[in-house]
Design a protein around this ligand. Sequence first.
Ligand SMILES: [Zn+2]
Length: 161
Amino acid sequence: MVDRLKGHPWKTTSVGDETDSICPRCDDETIHRVVAMKEKKIHLVICSRCNSQHRYRPSLATMTRKVPLPSERQAKVLKKVESARTPRRQLSSKEWQALKEVAGEMEPLPYDPTASYSEKQIVSHPTFGLGFVRMVIDKSKIEVVFEYEVKVLAMNRPRSQ
Ligand SMILES: [Zn+2]
């Protein structure tokens, strides 16, 4: 009976269940066992790879889903940006001008190295200002076009405790 329910959406997670979480020690997304729940949410987990116990960090897939993606109207403007895209890591004034147009349409997300970003998102960086995620390099790096330079920034970095 228990086995039949396993994996079904209506089955709520409880202590002892397995779940995907970001492990700060492994610096990776690994399978974790739930150790404690708080207000019906997963609170503490143990990493199945390194056995360290830490707070639950939603998996990359979960975090990505939470980041708002551009609407259809915004996507049209974003196409302009793409057409002005430079082939190499060089700044094109055309690209930045197109970006500024999009920036007016979208709410920039504050840049946070522990957050997860997708291509075409607008970020606001405390030093470099408004930036545009041109490319997701891998699960921990993004290439961002700022007004005066193109930078490679970190993402999905484990939050230090
Ligand atoms: Zn681990």
